[in-house]
Each structure stands twice: as structure tokens, then as C-alpha cells.
Design a protein around this ligand. Structure first.
Ligand code: ADP
Length: 463
């Protein structure tokens, strides 16, 4: 119950003129400021209906969520704007708070770091202090001596507290054998072909490539909407090649302490070299390879420089047999220096699946499940804009429902087309449409070097 008479009057005014955006926005701000969080959330939601992409309103809604502990909802609200080029840095700070609330310290640190380097005035001492508490999962925690963390990891450049960490590989990073191959990747024929020529043939037929002065090594930047299968493809490439697979996430590399991220990166490359032939896979590489021109602080550039140096290797043979695959949903944030020969010189678009590819993905996903009959094409038809990850969600949900039925029946009941269709009905495609809208911006307005030409045909379709 709101007792503040000023707020009550404002609410009444907003009720009488529901389409008055400035009024609603003002009311929402007042509610938030006075701690009426659920009411503020409702007002921000209503305001957002009137102005769907408004950054201030989105920020208000996200803050209302964060203060209610609804961190996932805050991230969902921020996501579309965070995917837009040059988004307001204060949204990055809010995202950092939400990520921290979810326990994702590494990404929270990255978001905060990026936001503050773009606009130091958004710095938040309290948040920075929470971020600088030693992370629970990040790299060599065990090696960290017990000492007070620096006040803010980004204010100054504190020396690393563990200079003598040696060449221990970051915790969580290890070489594995991949159990999947290209046969497990549905569709994507053009992408598989590009990877074969770039990665597999030089290893399988080194003499032929040597005759043309080419050697095995180097990298490919896989980009496309989230969930379209970049990670799956990288794993399959390792399997196809019989190479070991080293998968690296942000949390494995990013560290609060200046210098430690660079060391983690170097150690990871070293480990890949020890395990050659090896596919070294970097997920969310835009965070490790961001444009240096976007960074205001010198030390954030050091990680990018280190990454470039590792890709180049100390000598010609350093990375022989180490195939670097890097994935990103936001290739436009990657520093153009990565596209030079021998680095991630070949951007490869991993597209959302068309109907035939969706049917093929569903067939693979249902391969080991008890099926009665299954019309994969029918499911593919009703799942327009679904990517592989979405389809996996659909199948998981159908299987779960069937499992419940089987448990009560006391016998396994096979899956039917209708089960998958029912599961699909309750779900929405995640991010393809938003991703395509962002991509269109870059293709239309920031494609001077032709880097995104591959996307042009995709822009003709309505998403
Ligand atoms: P991304 O790395 O692009 O975000 P993922 O590779 O994590 O996407 O895809 C999520 C899941 O979707 C994979 O683990 C895999 O099960 C499934 N998937 C995606 N694309 C395909 C495909 N082309 N064929 C088979 N399964 C796929």
C-alpha cells in the first residue's frame, strides 16, 4: 500500500492518462527511489510497452528487478540493448550487478570493466569492491595468497599477487577427446566445407599444403546467433580430426588481478601446444579480443595484445597443429587486428537452421530416444526461427513429459510427433530475430571493409 500522498497523486494522474510516457516514467522513477520495487517494476513495464527500446526505462526496470533479487529477469530485460552497438555503459554496470547476483563473477567483472573503460563516470565503488573479492571459480584460486583485495580492480593497476604462479593451467581448462564428429552436426554444409579446407585438410595432407607454402595452424572466427551450434561445431571439428579439444570460457581466463588474465591465456595456449594436434576453442571471444579502440584503459588492452601475440607464436612453428576456433555472437566487437593472416583470419558465419536443417537437427537430437513415429518435417515447420539450442530445449521438454507418463504407467512410452509439437508450442525462439536486427545495423552501416558481406543474403529475408 502506497501511503505517500505525492505518489498517490502521480499514480492517479497516470491512471487517467495511461499513454503519457513522461508521466509514467517519472512515476516509475519515484516509486523506485522510494523503494516500492514491485510497483516500480509494473510501471516500468507499462512504460516499456509505450517505448520498447528506451534505454532509461530499460535501466529502471532492470534496477527494479535487481533490487528484488530477480537477476535473471534483469538480464533478460537488458539483453536486447546490450546487443546493440555502443549501448549506454551504465546498462553494462547494471548487467554486472545482475551477473554478480547470479554468481557469474567473471562475466560480471568483464561487463563492469568494459562499462567503466568506456565511461569512468559510471564507476560504482561498492560494486567494484564486491567484484574484487577473490572469485570462487576463477583460475588459480589456490595460488592466491591471503591478503586484502585491492579497493577496486579497475581504479589502479595493482600488481598481481601471485607473480610466481608458474605455468599452471587455469583450473577448468583441460584437454579432452571429442566424441562427436561432423556427422553429428546437422546441415551447415557450407560451414563444414569451409572448416575442412581451412583446418582439416592441412593436417590430413600436410605435403600438399606445404607445396603451396601453407602450413597447418591458424584460426577461424565462428560467428552467428547464440545457440546456432558454434560450440557443437568446434567440438565436432576436433572429433573429425582426431585432435584433442580444449574448451576455454571467459571464467577460465578473466581474472580480477592485473596480469593474471594474460598469464591464464598464455598457459592455455601452452597446454594446447603440449596436446597437439589440438583444437583450442574460445567461447565468447569478443570479451577477450575486444576492439582496443573502444578501451580507455591501457591495461585492458594488454590482454588483447597478449592474445594476438599467442596467435602469432614466438616463431613460425609455435602453433603448428594448434587450430584455434573462436566463437562469438558479436563479431563486430572483435578487434580487426584478429583478422590478419595467420590469426582468426577467416570469419565463418554459423547461420540459423532452415527447415531442412531443423528437421535434421531434431533427428540427431532424437537419435537415442524411444520413438513410435516421428514427422520431423512437421516439427520443423512450426519451429521457424528456432536454433539448435532451442530445438534441444523442445526435445528435452517433450522427453521430460514422456518420462512422467512412463513413470506413472510403469513402462516406457515412446515419443510421438504430437509430444514434440506440444512441447514446441509452449516455447519461443530465443534470440535469432534480435540478433539479425543487430547484424543488419552492422551490415548496413559499418561494413566498410566488407567484413560482413557473408551476411548480406541473410538480410534480405524478414526475420
Ligand atoms: P552456440 O555455441 O552457437 O551458442 P551450441 O553449440 O552450444 O550453440 O548449441 C547448443 C546445442 O544445440 C548443442 O549442444 C547441440 O546439442 C545443439 N545443436 C546446435 N546446432 C546443431 C546442429 N547443427 N546439429 C545438431 N545439434 C545442434
Amino acid at each position: 500500500m502506497i501511503e505517500d500522498p505525492g505518489l498517490q497523486a502521480l499514480r492517479e494522474a497516470a491512471r487517467l492518462s495511461p499513454d503519457n510516457l513522461p508521466l509514467r516514467h517519472h512515476l516509475a522513477g519515484q516509486l523506485l527511489a522510494k523503494g516500492y520495487l514491485a510497483e516500480a517494476e509494473a510501471e516500468y513495464r507499462a512504460a516499456l510497452m509505450l517505448a520498447p527500446k528506451d534505454a532509461d526505462i530499460t535501466a529502471g526496470l532492470a534496477e527494479a528487478f535487481v533490487r528484488q533479487g530477480a537477476h535473471g529477469a534483469a538480464l533478460a530485460a537488458l539483453e536486447p540493448l546490450l546487443a546493440t552497438p555502443g549501448y549506454p555503459p551504465r546498462l553494462g554496470v547494471l548487467a554486472a550487478r545482475a551477473l554478480l547476483g547470479e554468481g557469474d563473477t567473471a562475466r560480471a567483472g568483464y561487463r563492469y570493466h568494459e562499462a567503466v573503460s568506456r565511461d569512468p563516470s559510471v564507476a560504482d565503488a561498492e560494486l567494484a569492491a564486491r567484484l574484487s573479492a577473490p572469485p570462487v571459480t576463477a583460475a588459480p584460486v589456490a595460488a592466491r595468497p591471503h591478503q586484502a583485495p585491492p579497493a577496486s580492480p579497475y581504479a589502479a593497476a595493482p600488481a598481481s599477487p601471485y607473480q610466481s604462479a608458474g605455468s599452471a593451467t587455469p583450473v577448468g581448462v583441460g584437454a579432452e577427446r571429442s566424441s562427436v564428429s561432423f556427422a553429428d552436426v546437422a546441415g551447415m554444409d557450407a560451414v563444414k566445407e569451409a572448416l575442412k579446407i581451412k583446418l582439416l585438410l592441412p593436417v590430413q595432407q600436410p605435403e600438399l599444403f606445404a607445396a603451396y607454402g601453407k602450413r597447418a595452424g591458424g584460426g577461424v572466427l565462428l560467428y552467428g546467433p547464440p545457440g546456432a551450434g558454434k560450440t557443437h561445431l568446434a567440438r565436432a571439428a576436433a572429433g573429425e580430426l582426431g585432435a584433442s579439444f580444449v574448451s576455454v570460457g571467459l571464467a577460465d581466463i578473466l581474472d580480477m588481478y592485473i596480469g593474471s588474465s594474460e598469464r591464464n591465456l598464455r598457459d592455455t595456449f601452452e597446454m594446447a601446444r603440449r596436446n597437439r594436434p589440438c583444437v583450442l576453442f574460445f567461447d565468447e571471444v569478443d570479451a577477450l579480443a575486444a576492439r582496443r579502440s573502444d578501451m580507455r584503459q591501457a591495461h585492458t588492452r594488454q590482454l588483447v595484445n597478449q592474445f594476438l601475440a599467442e596467435l602469432d607464436g614466438v616463431d613460425q612453428n609455435a602453433n603448428e597443429g594448434v587450430l584455434v576456433l573462436a566463437a562469438t555472437n558479436a563479431p563486430w566487437y572483435v578487434d580487426p587486428a584478429f583478422r590478419r593472416p595467420g590469426r582468426l583470419d577467416q570469419p565463418v558465419f554459423v547461420p540459423p537452421p532452415d527447415a531442412a536443417a531443423r528437421a535434421a537437427i531434431l533427428r540427431i537430437l532424437c537419435r537415442d530416444k524411444p520413438l513410435a513415429e516421428m514427422d520431423f518435417d512437421a516439427v520443423a515447420r512450426v519451429t521457424e526461427h528456432f536454433v539448435g539450442a532451442d530445438l534441444k530445449g523442445v526435445v528435452d521438454r517433450a522427453v521430460e513429459a514422456k518420462l512422467h507418463q512412463s513413470l506413472s504407467a510403469g513402462r516406457p512410452i515412446p515419443l510421438l510427433t504430437a509430444d514434440i509439437l506440444a512441447a514446441a508450442q509452449g516455447m519461443r525462439a530465443t534470440a535469432v530475430r534480435e540478433w539479425m536486427a543487430t547484424a543488419r545495423n552492422y551490415v548496413m552501416h559499418a561494413n566498410d571493409s566488407g567484413a560482413w558481406d557473408e551476411l548480406l543474403p541473410w538480410m534480405k529475408t524478414t526475420w
